[in-house]
Design a protein around this ligand. Sequence first.
Ligand code: ATP
Ligand code: MG
Length: 567
Amino acid sequence: METNKNPEDLKTNAEPPVRKNFIREIVDDDLKTNKFEGRVHTRFPPEPNGYLHIGHAKSICLNFGLARDYKGFCNLRFDDTNPSKEEQEYVDSIEHDVRWLGFDWENRLYYASDYFDQLHEYAVQLIKKGKAYVCDLNADQVREHRGTLTEPGKDSPYRNRSVEENLDLFERMRKGEFPDGSRTLRAKIDMASPNLNMRDSVMYRVLRSTHHRTGDTWCIYPMYDWAHGQSDSIERITHSICTLEFEDHRPLYDWFVEQLGIYHPQQIEFARLNITYTVMSKRKLLQLVEEKRVKGWDDPRMPTISGLRRRGFTPESIRLFADRIGISKSESTVDVALLEDCLRDDLNKRSRRVMAVLHPIKLVIENYPDGVVEELDAVNNPEDATMGSRKVPFSKVLYIEQDDFREDPPKKYFRLSPGVEVRLRYAYIIKCVGVVKDEKTGEIVELRCTYDAETRSGSPQSARKVKGTIHWVSASHALDAEVRLYDRLFKVENPGGDDWRDHINPSALEVLKQCKVEPSLSNTTLQDRYQFERLGYFCVDDDSSGGSLVFNRTVTLRDTWARIEKA
Ligand code: ATP
Ligand code: MG
């Protein structure tokens, strides 16, 4: 029996050179002017409040890709400032996903929570400079005082407390003397600033919540806006790359590091990835999981990295996609067909071809001898001769796809029909000579055929040509399998708005329990990937166990969606 190569061992150097983009141009310029003493140091800073999705993959490929290509470094940093939503499970899944994508942070794994002491120290410095104050407004009142895009905000009545009072109150906040939400520490900037982020941004809140790493040490937690820029500064990040919605936060981050007089990273914003027929926010993905609309974060319908992996995506296909979509400054939505094309390009090169029948119907070759089994040669991958060939057993009773037979064929139907010949892939030319029907329902339950013994594939006489070739499996040798067919998670291109869940595609999962696959699939391992000839790319699902086989359809051979939609 052929052993399968692990696809991960088949990594090629065939990945195209990375394209230039505006961020790489900035880095090139900075290297020319020696802005960061020639250093390139990026980071990928996820909040551990959910599983990573394909949008994060874009950011991972960008940040780790820069470090790789400029011989710099990329940190993995968990931005864990919000204990109520964060969990160790998410931390573990994020590490796994980044590694699986092919990137390595080596010994540079950090947590914003590592800096809680330092951030507290920085806050005290700002208070001493008269640049931060303790405010007794609650969250609603802070919002009311904030103003709007067209109207300036109002100063908090607590804005002009003395440094001594602020130091005392902040210390008592830390010690737990005040209830949750009762007081905040705020930056003293400008309540009339046209930039809402500059209107005395909140730096700390009182929150009694156990943190996944610091436990109950703290009952005040830094806000993301306060922690993020200083974390980048502490790690001496050169290029702090983030998505466009943080463009308006940049003046605030700049203000903080300037007031503190500490190392100043350069923030650069790029457009986040959106893809058609899916949603791309952890909040929404969490909702899908919690409301059991999917089976979990790694459901193969999900755009999460774990879902894509289970669906059969390769890391190479995702990296190829990240490269093809490029990096830009303007928002756009990428057609999911582009992602699927990257996947096909990669799977076409690496996957072993096998025969599987998803909707079987029995076919008996009347003139083939009983009890004889021929072992026929089948090519493993026409794209890659090094993958060799295998033997496929052939016998009198086979299964073919129901779809490959029509009693009343339409014009240009080149598959099997009464009196018509087709070639069985790697085997003989057969002709249909009769059908057996269920007496009650009239449904066709068996096809009767004859074969032409002179036409065995590869034999000198096999030159005779017929119009159609179909796949098959030998009934007594085939293995039973369950096959799960996946389609797009949403019925509409852009499932936005409050009613986004109304657009979930109810037929995004179809389970076929009666499938038959060729016997060479008996020793598969998890996530092995195959092309089922004529049907698409499939991988072994985690639910396979103890001899029972479950496959996921990763992607069809071509983009059939457009046709289906129009039909
Ligand atoms: P979401 O909006 O999906 O909840 P997020 O931005 O809150 O994501 P983070 O954990 O903060 O998630 O993201 C970590 C990094 O990934 C950030 O630098 C963020 O800019 C980047 N990122 C998140 N979503 C996308 C996306 N769709 N496209 C590109 N980068 C993204
Ligand atoms: Mg975020």
